[in-house]
Design a protein. Structure first.
Lengths: 113, 115
């Protein structure tokens, strides 16, 4: 079972560059989300989607875009990378959100120089 | 708004001794509560979850947690620590009513296990 797959695992960007972090799940989950993890702050929600064609902002959305054209995929786009976006990014999916558990990908470690 | 407090940023125990990782939460609704574990450079794995059934929840690898509504706590325990338990542990609260803010994470507790 693949579960939630994120690519790439590591990435170094220069300030101002753009890139897309990929996330795919094979569990037919409606709910998908992106988090960033910074030391001492836990995980913070960036964007989420409750189904194909529906996305919304989380706690820290600035500088990021998302789209959800299929149930399986939920890419995260960095429009113009900044050093403050250096972080570890996790994609998650869950069956309904809320009271069901979330399944996480292995993470993408992003460094912006 | 929901929030989670993990009272210790770092806990150190000796192998074979009990583990206690503390978590207090704030939620306006009937919450679900989760504990996730993250081993170094790995993703997050669910340890256990409380979703309004039994208040004492058993999880994987010998961990358990007790939901205490009166104390708004959900502390994680294990009778005997193993070296493989060394990891970061996150307490998570979800009220499920605001669909976009389902999971609120605590800042994490790093568990060290000494030989």
């Amino acid at each position: 079972n693949a579960g939630v797959t994120q690519t790439p695992k590591f990435q170094v960007l220069k300030t101002g560059q753009s890139m897309t972090l990929q996330c795919a799940q094979d569990m037919n989950h409606e709910y998908m989300s992106w988090y960033r993890q910074d030391p001492g702050m836990g995980l913070r929600l960036i964007h989420y989607s409750v189904g194909a064609g529906i996305t919304d902002q989380g706690e820290v959305p600035n500088g990021y875009n998302v789209s959800r054209s299929t149930t399986e995929d939920f890419p995260l786009r960095l429009l113009s990378a900044a050093p403050s976006q250096t972080s570890v990014y996790f994609c998650a999916s869950s069956y309904q959100g809320g009271h069901t558990e979330a399944f996480f990908g292995q993470g993408t470690r992003l460094t912006v120089v | 708004a929901q929030s989670v407090t993990q009272l210790d940023s770092h806990v150190s125990v000796s192998e074979g001794t009990p583990v206690l990782l503390r978590c207090n939460y704030s939620s306006s609704y009937s919450p679900s509560l989760f504990w996730y574990v993250q081993h170094p450079n790995k993703g997050l794995q669910l340890l256990l979850k409380y979703t309004s059934a039994a208040t004492l929840v058993k999880g994987i690898n010998g961990f358990e947690a007790e939901f205490k509504k009166s104390e708004t706590s959900f502390h994680l325990t294990k009778p005997s620590a193993h070296m493989s338990d060394a990891a970061e542990y996150f307490c998570v609260v979800s009220d499920g009513d605001n669909y976009g803010q389902n999971f609120v994470f605590g800042p994490g507790t790093r568990l060290s296990v000494l030989p």
